[in-house]
Design a binder for this molecule. Structure first.
Ligand code: DSN
Length: 409
């Protein structure tokens, strides 16, 4: 296969080889990224790519879908099993990714101008939770809540804002929030104001599947998740909805927002969900959280300030305001040292392009086999780059040496 590709398109073959080498030589601390098992990659690149199957299992607009029906049902059944979604839930595995999944929920359940209450970007919310540059904030009226001054969720404030703004949807679940989410409290507030509760568990889906984080299913009306973060599957998404509202969301996904589903991705979701039921997966999720704690503690003992003073998930947010360096500069220097960590807004930041934080996470390095010992070393490297301003090239050599001991495949 590789030899054939080299013949047909040496330029592309070279670029792919270079990217694989880059991944091998780099420490990926971006918390939304993972290291997909080779079998999932195989399924993604299988002949399942060749087919159209608009519609749903048993009700397609194309012939020849006997096996796709079975594959999609397999993915749906496993999704319900892995997340413990009971009889009153329906599942849709056709969404191409997280933002389309959230848009399908809004467009399915709301009318233009209705209010969505979500967390602000600088507090850790996601663009698709009502930010003004996203359709979620352009078509709908977006109201925001912030984390409290301690970096934690302030439910009194959230309840007050919900009562005042009367949203139709309250979004819980975040992109850059390092602590556990109390889905029950969100559910109670949503019920009180007559709103739907959408729990977006994209970041923590793997933790939820492995019981490392409480499940939202008893407290939400809709649960969305991408499948490529801690869940470690293909780049796609799943939408779970209570049966009474599922049809509206399903019809928004197809034919509202999408045409033919990507069958290779649906099969890869099915496989990722099978893997998510193994002891090995559960052990990895446990290690992800353990390693994140160790990284957070070590960084704090080296003088770094963390938003919310630590983590109890897979990610943390470093506040760089006391370090005389912007998030963007830190991101660049770390990249030169072979460490990928993305710049991120932190509370009170105004400009997401030039924020004062960086976001770090442990999923990718954990799936590579790294544990506490390596994580402590990583904290030292981050300190040498950001605080001591050592030559990143020197550190890069040390990083590459460690990476060699932990091959990505
Ligand atoms: N871009 C993803 C993240 O990094 O959290 C969310 O879409």
């Amino acid at each position: 296969m590789v030899e054939k590709l080299k013949k047909i398109d040496p330029t592309l073959a070279e670029l792919i080889a270079s990217e694989i080498a880059r991944q091998q030589k780099t420490l990926d601390l971006i918390p939304s990224e993972c290291l997909v098992p080779p079998e999932v990659l195989q399924v993604l690149g299988s002949p399942l790519v060749n087919k159209y199957s608009e519609g749903e299992p048993g009700k397609r607009y194309y012939p020849g879908n006997e096996y796709y029906d079975k594959i999609e049902k397999l993915a749906q059944g496993r999704a319900k099993k892995v997340f413990g979604a009971g009889e009153n839930w329906q599942v849709n595995v056709q969404c191409l990714s997280g933002t389309p999944a959230n848009l399908a929920v809004y467009f399915g359940l709301l009318n233009p101008g209705d209010t969505i209450l979500g967390m602000s970007l600088s507090s850790g919310g996601h663009l698709s939770h009502g930010h003004k540059v996203s359709l979620s904030g352009r078509i709908f009226n977006s109201v925001k809540y912030e984390v409290g001054s301690d970096g934690h969720l302030d439910f009194d404030q959230i309840e007050k804002i919900a009562e005042a703004s009367q949203p139709k949807i309250i979004v819980s679940g975040f992109s850059a929030f390092p602590h556990r989410v109390d889905f029950q409290r969100f559910g109670e507030i949503a019920k009180k104001v007559g709103a739907w509760h959408l729990a977006d568990i994209s970041h923590i889906a793997g933790l939820v599947a492995a019981s490392q984080h409480a499940s939202p299913f008893l407290h939400a009306d809709v649960v969305t998740t991408t499948t490529h973060k801690t869940l470690n599957g293909p780049r796609a998404a799943i939408v779970f909805a209570k049966k009474k509202i599922a049809e509206k969301i399903n019809r928004t996904i197809f034919p509202g927002l999408q045409g033919g589903p990507h069958n290779n991705k649906i099969a890869a979701i099915a496989l990722a969900l099978k893997i998510a039921q193994t002891d090995e997966f559960r052990t990895s999720q446990h290690q992800i959280v353990k390693s994140a704690k160790v990284l957070a503690e070590n960084l704090m003992s080296l003088g770094f300030k963390l938003v919310g003073d630590g983590t109890d998930t897979h990610l943390m947010l470093v506040n760089l305001r006391n370090k005389d360096i912007s998030g963007q500069e830190a991101e660049k220097l770390l990249e030169k040292a072979g460490i990928l960590a993305n710049r991120n807004s932190i509370p009170q930041d105004k400009n997401p392009y030039s924020p004062s934080g960086i976001r770090l996470g442990t999923p990718s390095i954990t799936f590579r086999g790294m544990k506490e010992k390596e994580v402590k070393q990583i904290a030292v490297w981050i300190n040498r780059v950001i605080t001591k301003k050592e030559n990143p090239q020197q550190i890069r050599e040390e990083v590459e040496e460690l990476c060699q001991k932990f091959p990505i495949y």
